[in-house]
Design a protein around this ligand. Structure first.
Ligand SMILES: Nc1ncnc2c1ncn2[C@@H]1O[C@H](COP(=O)(O)OP(=O)(O)OP(=O)(O)O)[C@@H](O)[C@H]1O
Ligand SMILES: [Mg+2]
Length: 595
């Protein structure tokens, strides 16, 4: 379907507005024709016959007033409609993008997505609000003028119309070119937005590696590309008005030549001929505007194509029709022969034949080398991805059969990379529960060992923490994330530990906070620390996507040559040094860390 027609469908609910605008345009077009018509009495009656011109003066005033009213309402209604349509498209686009699966975001850069929302939608905005209004209004002006021309002298009018195909042909030709070149230009803007967004987000690394000049030249590269394509667009667009002007001039010259002979033989009065010429000249402005209409529409079509491309992508994790709410988790979670392959994982399965069961209140530790598939495994539970084969059930119900909202409301999450928002500390803690009271927020913060550092901030709980929590330390960010999960108070908990980045003191605080968080909950913990793993009711050892061992700490350690036993040996050495330091830092270390 033509992208432009598809875009127009967004306007169909606003029939009343369109009808109002159309009426205003008809008034405007008629007033224009009336003005040209009034020139006849001015010349024939007032100038030549010397009659009183008061009536005509009043008529001119009235026509201008009506024309003004028509112009105002047609612009206001049309442009208003344009803005409204564009707002709806923009909101739909944002929501649609946000609904997409993790795979969608893994494939696209933030800067590129932003560019579609900003640049492409912006281009459509211009087209819809200005161009469509112009198209309708100026066409009506043309119709009015042409009608007047035919009224005076059909032959002369036809003569002037012979130029039309000469005008229309290049417009259509140019339109196609404009569409292609506009697409290039929008793509170049997207690249530019991507380069800038990436450099800003990674500004520390850029500086630390002294790569400012390299990033700047990367930016200049894409910026230059944009300049070149914009130049191409301009080259095409700038040709149109002079071309129109020349053709219009030719029509006037032809009319003058023919018209003067008509006056000589008395078939037209001088007033009629002047009025005819005026009508012809009045056509000039609309034609000049209309000459750009097709080009603008083509630009909008190029932008719409890019927007609909995104709107037509469906990678959302979908709810089955008739999905029902998942009742509160009460019994067990089962992974049944789960296999999972990333879409762009080159055909390799990241998880293979994973089966295990977790009962309420248990804590499962997932261990394994980096890249073994631990994060992937836990991401399947809230359905960030769906299993490729096999199934995951909660209390016997396949998680694909329940509503996403009911499933996710039962899961608390602390991710490997802490994600915070540019909001206050309180706002971040209450992210999953916006109605939380300050007391609840503080209780969560205390339980997460975060209260002390929060009150030390300049504005306490109301301190803004900057984009992604930049104004906080790594450990502080993690504790806020834990407080956020605590406040949500979900029965299931997923913890992707990332404690390696912390110093011992903050790690101890984070560990304590995590221990509080896991109390009375069913938890999946991707654990790097012996202290956490030891307490687990079951340890799942993953190796290249397969479960190679599963059991309690003592059983697994006792297996000579087992994967876990090896891992344990390595960690034991580490933890010995750790606990010595811990003791030095804190005379009364927590029970787990000294066990
Ligand atoms: N979005 C993705 N698309 C394709 N492959 C992916 C994607 N995410 C992860 N992988 C691949 O899947 C494998 C498992 O990744 P995963 O993040 O689950 O590892 P992990 O066990 O959590 O490792 P770590 O301990 O380093 O966090 C890796 O080989 C990785 O390259
Ligand atoms: Mg991971």
């Amino acid at each position: 379907m033509d992208p432009f027609l598809r875009l127009l469908r967004y306007a169909t609910p606003h029939r009343a507005v369109i009808a109002g605008a159309a009426l205003a345009m008809v008034v405007y077009g008629a007033a224009n024709a009336a003005l040209a018509y009034l020139i006849k009495p001015i010349i024939d009656d007032v100038l030549i016959a010397q009659r009183d011109m008061r009536a005509i003066a009043v008529a001119i005033l009235a026509v201008y007033l009506i024309k003004g009213i028509g112009a105002y309402f047609s612009s206001y209604l049309m442009e208003g409609l344009g803005h409204r349509v564009v707002m709806v498209v923009r909101n739909e686009l944002f929501r649609h993008m946000l609904d997409q699966s993790a795979a969608f975001f893994a494939r696209r850069a933030v800067g590129q997505l932003l560019s579609r929302i900003n640049n492409d939608v912006g281009l459509i905005q211009r087209a819809v609000s200005e161009t469509i209004g112009d198209l309708a209004r100026e066409s009506l002006v043309l119709v009015g003028s042409v009608a007047l021309l035919f009224y005076y002298d059909p032959k002369l009018a036809l003569l002037c119309m012979t130029g039309t195909p000469v005008i229309v042909y290049p417009l259509v030709r140019f339109g196609r070119r404009v569409r292609t070149v506009t697409r290039w230009s929008q793509e170049a803007q997207e690249d530019m937005s991507h380069v800038a967004a990436e450099a800003f987000a990674g500004h520390r690394i850029v500086k630390a590696f002294g790569a400012e000049a390299r990033e700047a030249s990367k930016f200049q590269g894409v910026s230059w590309k944009l300049f070149r394509t914009n130049l191409k667009v301009t080259r095409v667009l700038a040709l149109l008005p002079p071309l129109m002007e020349f053709l219009g001039g030719s029509a006037v010259a032809a009319a003058l030549w023919y018209g003067s002979r008509q006056i000589a033989i008395g078939r037209l009065t001088p007033g009629e001929f002047t009025s005819f010429l005026a009508a012809l000249l009045f056509m000039y402005a609309p034609i000049k505007k209309l000459s750009r209409v097709n080009a603008n529409l083509q630009q909008a079509a190029a932008a719409s194509e890019r927007i609909f491309e995104v709107l037509d992508v469906h990678t959302e994790v979908l709810e089955r029709p008739g999905a029902t709410a998942l009742p509160p988790f009460s019994n067990e979670i089962e992974f049944k022969d789960v296999t999972f392959a990333y879409e762009d994982g080159h055909g390799r399965s990241t998880l293979r034949g994973v089966s295990f069961t977790v009962r309420t209140g248990q804590m499962v530790a997932v261990v394994g080398r980096s890249g073994a598939g631990k994060t992937t495994l836990v991401n399947l539970l809230p359905r960030f991805y769906d299993v490729t084969s096999g199934a995951i059930t909660i209390d016997g119900r396949d998680i694909r059969d329940v509503t996403l909202a009911s499933l996710r409301s039962q899961i608390g999450m602390v991710t490997q990379e802490t994600v915070l928002f540019d909001d206050t500390i309180a706002g971040n803690i209450a992210y999953g529960m916006p109605a939380a009271t300050p007391e609840q927020i503080e209780a969560a913060a205390r339980a997460a060992n975060a209260h002390d550092f929060i009150v030390a901030q300049p504005e306490g709980y109301q301190t803004m923490i900057g984009e992604r929590g930049q104004r906080l330390s790594g450990g502080q960010r993690q504790r806020l994330a834990i407080a956020r999960a605590l406040l949500k108070n979900a029965p299931l908990l997923i913890l992707d530990e990332a404690t390696s980045a912390l110093d011992l003191e903050s790690e101890r605080q984070v560990q304590q906070a995590l221990a509080t968080l896991m109390m009375n909950r069913t938890s999946f913990v991707i654990a790097h620390r012996l202290s956490t793993v030891r307490r687990a009711d079951a340890i799942i050892v993953l190796e290249r996507g397969r479960i190679v061992e599963i059991g309690k700490h003592d059983e697994l350690v006792a297996r000579p040559g087992g994967s876990y036993a090896r891992l344990h040996q390595m960690q034991l050495l580490e933890s010995k040094t750790d606990s010595r330091v811990l003791k030095a830092v804190d005379p009364k270390p927590k029970a787990e860390s000294s066990r």
